[in-house]
Design a protein around this ligand. Structure first.
Ligand SMILES: [Zn+2]
Length: 93
């Protein structure tokens, strides 16, 4: 089989930031650039990866993701997690 020529994949415009607004960046201790979006009232229940506890519907929390993954930005966005605000702030301690 002929090897297909390697094209650099076109960068898909990421509208998630524009759609969500209020996203800020945080540099993790491992050097990873995280994006953090504060949700003032969640519309769903989530499990926080920091404490494995439940984030209740209507509870303020943080949505965190990174576009800095070996599988690309979209993978990072698709893998975003919902954290309790305090768990995110105190992670890794
Ligand atoms: Zn938590």
């Amino acid at each position: 089989m002929r090897r297909s020529k390697k094209y650099s994949r076109p960068v898909r415009p990421l509208n998630i930031e524009a759609a969500m607004g209020g996203v800020h960046h945080e540099r993790g201790r491992d050097g990873t650039d995280y994006k953090v979006h504060h949700i003032s009232a969640g519309s769903k229940q989530y499990v926080c990866p920091g404490c494995n506890g439940i984030i209740l519907v209507g509870e303020a929390h943080e949505v965190v993701w990174t576009e800095d993954t070996i599988w690309g930005a979209q993978y990072g966005i698709d893998s975003r997690r919902h954290w309790h605000t305090s768990c995110w702030k105190h992670r890794g301690r």
